[in-house]
Write a protein of this length. Structure first.
Length: 135
């Protein structure tokens, strides 16, 4: 039987490299783009929720947030609760303006990788990948 793991890792690496090249034209890395997309999709949100959604450690999210704050694409804001330690992440105006280009780059990458497949084949791949147990 042909091993599936190496084929999946190779395909994922090729797709990630292609997307990273497209995103670099917009001044962000793939990881930064994923964090921006998570905040864009959810609205202002806690860093811990972003970490859970992206499968990253809180430390990794903190480092990404610092880089995105330095690029003026993301801000930390007080949550409005009595506990001033609790903060949320939100896009800046520049971050929000960048999102359509980042979404388009991701869609272009996906079209290049999977556009030659039928809708049925794409649906089968998604369904099969969803069956892989976590942890």
């Amino acid at each position: 039987m042909t091993p599936i793991g190496p084929a999946l890792r190779t395909a994922a690496s090729r797709i990630a490299q292609r997307e990273a090249r497209l995103l670099s034209a917009h001044g962000v890395t793939l990881a930064e783009s994923e964090l921006l997309r998570a905040v864009f999709d959810s609205g202002p949100t806690a860093p811990s929720a972003v970490a859970d959604r992206l499968g990253l450690t809180r430390g990794a999210v903190s480092k990404l947030v610092d880089r995105l704050r330095a690029k003026r694409l993301l801000v930390r804001a007080a949550s409005g609760t009595a506990d001033r330690r609790y903060q949320t992440l939100a896009l800046t105006g520049g971050g929000a303006m960048l999102m359509p280009a980042l979404v388009q780059a991701a869609e272009n990458c996906e079209a290049t990788a999977f556009g030659h497949l039928s809708a049925n084949d794409r649906a089968k791949i998604v369904a099969l990948l969803a069956r892989i147990p976590s942890g």
